[in-house]
Design a protein around this ligand. Structure first.
Ligand SMILES: Cc1cc2nc3c(=O)[nH]c(=O)nc-3n(C[C@H](O)[C@H](O)[C@H](O)COP(=O)(O)OP(=O)(O)OC[C@H]3O[C@@H](n4cnc5c(N)ncnc54)[C@H](O)[C@@H]3O)c2cc1C
Length: 372
């Protein structure tokens, strides 16, 4: 979409700043820009080179698994958001591919049950969600994949898959840049209302002492969101949940990698084929801020447990990052705190997956406000 096309749309006069440029902030910016909003994005890492081994945020650390259709529940807010997001991701990947390198969701997702209960559940959802591209195959030769002894069948979800998060970040940032969206590389240190002005606009103060005045603020700052709203009298409770991932190179030569699915999920681990004999494995879910060696070892042991191809490997890279989990509230945290102050944060497990639905929610909230 060109800048002109954006302006041709029903452009809102109000200005909106998005604080934080992980997937929550980037997708919100993308959504709002497409709807013709006048936006600015601020993040101290916005122009950093991306190195997944030294991530600047959780989004850069993520594996990009989009596991929507096989979710446990098939009703409620979470389910609706997953369905909405999967639909939007299909549209956006097509749109983002129009400009340069193609970005796609590599499909399918194959899940291998680990016990009778999980196996029963998989058979159940395969029946219930046939229309959503899910099937259960009783006789599936997992030997081709991981040479494991599998006494069960497998669940195949043809619409779930994996998106390359680094390419996605680049594509979204490039789209914003091409639309001349203001992108400020700064940390926001304080938010204030200008009570002297008629509109009572927000003043956003940055670490270098500069500030901008805006009508609306959307906070997508993960754990950094807490201290931004606290002085305004809003309490949001988020706790750090660390996630570790590794890149390994297997030594086995008898594995047929050509037919590797977008994701192979086993024992709660996602196994992604990167190239040649290299795989990405993750992620751990560890409350706290310190990466536990024990957690990493048990992740890798569970990988070895049933398969022969992962018995012999070398770790090529490893990394971790913190995610923000809401305390006593479901993730993500979507709240309209007061006029012109929205929070779209607390994305911890499925942040990439759910980002488009959260961006849409934010847009709807801003529209509601501007009507009143
Ligand atoms: C190892 C690992 C694997 C994962 N795999 C998956 C997966 O396969 N699929 C999936 O859906 N999810 C996955 N996740 C989770 C997912 O990465 C997160 O849920 C998601 O990236 C969170 O996005 P976010 O935008 O909320 O936060 P972040 O990506 O952390 O971004 C927050 C941004 O806010 C900025 N910020 C903070 N404070 C301020 C401030 N004061 N001023 C300006 N900017 C500020 C920060 O600089 C940062 O860039 C994984 C996470 C990890 C760690």
């Amino acid at each position: 979409m060109s800048t002109k096309q954006i302006k041709d749309q029903n452009e809102l006069k109000e200005s909106t700043t998005i604080i934080g440029c992980g997937i929550a902030g980037l997708t919100t910016a993308f959504y709002l820009a497409k709807k013709g909003h006048q936006i600015t994005v601020i993040d101290p890492t916005i122009n950093n080179d991306i190195d997944p081994q030294i991530p600047s945020n959780a989004t850069e650390a993520s594996l990009g698994v989009l596991m929507g259709y096989v979710s446990r529940k098939s009703s409620g807010r979470g389910w609706k958001m997953k369905m909405k997001s999967m639909k939007i991701w299909e549209e956006w990947t097509e749109e983002l591919s129009n400009n340069g390198k193609e970005i796609k969701i590599k499909k399918p997702l194959i899940k291998i049950p680990k016990n009778d209960k999980e196996n029963e559940f998989m058979m159940h959802i395969a029946k219930e969600r046939k229309d959503l591209g899910i099937k259960y195959e009783k006789i599936y030769n997992t030997k081709n994949l991981i040479s494991m002894k599998n006494s069960y069948g497998v669940l195949i979800s043809n619409k779930d898959g994996r998106i390359d998060p680094i390419l996605l970040i680049e594509k979204l940032k490039n789209a914003l840049k091409s639309w001349k969206i203001a992108m400020i590389q700064q940390s926001v240190i304080q938010l204030k209302r200008n009570l002297n002005s008629k509109e009572k606009r927000w003043i956003i103060i940055m670490a270098n002492g500069t500030y901008i005045a805006q009508d609306n603020i959307v906070i997508c700052g993960a754990l950094g969101s807490i201290n931004l709203v606290k002085p305004l009298g809003h309490t949001i409770s988020l706790e750090p949940i660390l996630g570790q991932a590794v890149e390994i190179a297997i030594k086995s030569e008898d594995v047929i990698i050509n037919n590797w699915p977008g994701i192979l999920s086993i024992n709660g681990l996602n196994i992604i084929h990167k190239y040649k004999n290299t795989f990405l494995i993750g992620a751990t879910i560890e409350p706290g801020v310190k990466a536990s060696i024990q957690e990493k070892i048990s992740m890798l042991n569970s990988l070895k447990k049933d398969s022969t191809i992962f018995k012999d490997y070398v770790i090529k890279k490893e990394w971790h990052y913190l995610r923000a989990r809401p305390i006593n509230e479901p993730a993500p945290l979507l709240k309209n705190l007061e006029k012109g102050l929205i929070i779209n944060s607390g994305h911890y497990r499925n942040g990439i997956l759910l980002a488009p639905a959260c961006a849409e929610w934010t847009w709807k909230e801003l529209c509601k406000q501007s009507i009143h």
